[in-house]
Every structure is written in C-alpha cells, then in structure tokens.
Design a binder for this molecule. Structure first.
Ligand code: DGL
Length: 277
C-alpha cells in the first residue's frame, strides 16, 4: 500500500532535474521531494541507453525501498528516452517522463509547424521526441540538435557569458536557418540557459520548458488518483526536501551560488549517498 504522504522521487544525472523540482515546488507546494543526482555517472547523454536504464532502475529501487516514495519523476530526458516505458511496466507507482507533455504543448503553439528540439546525444539519437511529436501529426517538420556542452556549462554554474553564447550559436544557428518557431528544451539542464537561448533564437521563437508541462501533469494525475499529500507542508519550500548526489565532489561551488539563485532555493545543499557501491 503506497503512503500518500510519502515524497515524490526525482532523478537526473546531475543538477538538471532541479529545474523540474522548481516547477514541482510551484505546482505542488504541499509535497515533499527526494532528489537524486547521479553525478558519479554524469553525463548520461553519451552513454548507451541500456547503461542509463540500469542506473535508473537502481535509483528507483532505492527511492521505493529506502525513501518510500509514492511517485517518481524521471527529471531527465535521456533517462526518459532510455527507460520510461520499461519502468512504467516494472513498478506499481506512477512514473512520469519528460517528453509527451512537452510535445503536446509544442504542437499546440507552433504556427508554421516547424519545431526544433535540443537535447543530449542520447535523447536526440533515440528519436523519442521526433516519434512523440509526429505521433498524431505527420505534417510537422522536426529539426533537432544535440548540445552536449550545455550540460557541462550548467554543471559548472556557467549560465551566461560569451562562452555560452558561442556554443549556443554553434548548436542553434542551423535551427534558426530553417525557421523553427518553437524550440523544445529537451534536456533538463537547459532551462538555466533560457536568457541566452532566447537571445540567440530571437523573440519570435517560443521556448518550451518541459518541466512546466511535467509539473502540471504530475499534479493532475496525483489529484485524479487521490494521491496528493493530505497534511500541508507548512515550512518554507526547502525544509523537508532531500537533495542527494552519488558523488558530491562533482558539485561545483559556482553552481551552488548561481543555481540556488536561479532556483530560488537560497540554502540549497546536497548530501552524498552513493547507492552504486
Ligand atoms: N539532464 C539530462 C537530460 O535531461 C541529462 C544530461 C546528461 O547527463 O547528459 O537529458
């Protein structure tokens, strides 16, 4: 029997999934979360999907057995591309992925039916976004670009500046040339870079942050299943929340400073919990 007052587990390879945590705090302020950043295996993007799947199973087992979570969010597009269908079959609790909610939104707002998707190599090569976008609209044109260096920049706490802009041009100029009018941020690390991405793409291009769509979906599903937490979380939003990583030496000081501002979590702190030993 699942405890409805249990936390929601969120997982990512590093600090990217915190952009999803931010939206969960906005849309489900009464809930508690356990966040797990698998920094030991970061980045997930270049890895075999089968390997990512193993990491995801390890983390979900830990969430269920040790943390008694009532639901899990794969707050990582690479993990979603690699494992969502498999873990939804394997576990009884609700498990959410990043992709479908975001593609619904992109389909709604595109006017010229040209949609750009950026993500890790793993996500882009898996074609998961392309499949989801085209599932019921074959007239769409989908253009994609893998942007691996964005993950490293974000982990280092570099969200703005010339280096970020140079990479943004390198990755996005091709999407500007084909005139996409919507760009899906298909990696949870990328919302930290929104000001630069918007500047490079131009104001006429709408950016879709899948985290927002995802948080709405989590709320409505838990509401429908009567799984929302009964007792309100009276504290400020960071207390009662757990932020764990598999290798704390990979959390940069600059990320802690910049990331906590971006996330509105002034006392953001991680604890190391290596579940892979
Ligand atoms: N944040 C992740 C994603 O959404 C993975 C980044 C990585 O580890 O390569 O895909």
């Amino acid at each position: 029997m699942v405890n409805h007052n249990g936390p929601i587990g969120l997982l990512d390879s590093g600090v990217g999934g915190l952009t999803v945590a931010r939206e969960i705090f906005n849309y489900l302020p009464e809930e508690e979360i356990v966040y797990y950043g698998d920094t030991l295996h970061l980045p997930y993007g270049p890895r075999l999907l089968s390997e990512v799947r193993e990491f995801v199973i390890n983390i979900i087992d830990y969430f269920i057995i040790e943390k008694k979570v009532k639901a899990v969010v794969l707050a990582c597009n690479t993990a979603t591309s690699a494992a969502l269908k498999m873990v939804q079959k394997r576990y009884q609790i609700p498990i959410f992925g990043m992709i479908d909610a975001a593609t619904r939104r992109a389909r709604q707002i595109t006017k010229n039916k040209k949609i750009g998707v950026i993500g890790t190599e793993g996500t882009i090569n898996s074609q998961a976004y392309q499949r989801s976008l085209m599932a019921d609209d074959h007239s769409l044109e989908v253009f994609s670009a893998a942007c691996p260096e964005f993950v490293e920049l974000v982990e280092a706490g570099k969200f703005t500046g010339q280096e970020v802009e140079n990479y943004a041009h390198k990755y996005l100029d091709g999407l500007i040339d084909v005139e996409v009018d919507v760009l899906i941020l298909g990696c949870t690390h990328f919302p930290y870079l929104i000001p630069v991405l918007q500047k490079v793409m131009g104001e006429q291009v709408q950016l879709v942050n899948p985290a927002v769509e995802m948080a709405r979906e989590v709320r409505s599903t838990l509401e429908e299943r009567k799984m929302l937490k009964k007792a309100k979380n009276q504290q400020n939003k960071i207390s009662g929340q757990q932020f764990l990583v598999s290798d704390i030496s990979r959390i940069s000081q600059q990320f802690l400073e910049e990331g906590s501002k971006f996330l509105g979590l002034p006392n953001l702190e991680f604890k190391e919990k290596n579940i892979f030993v």
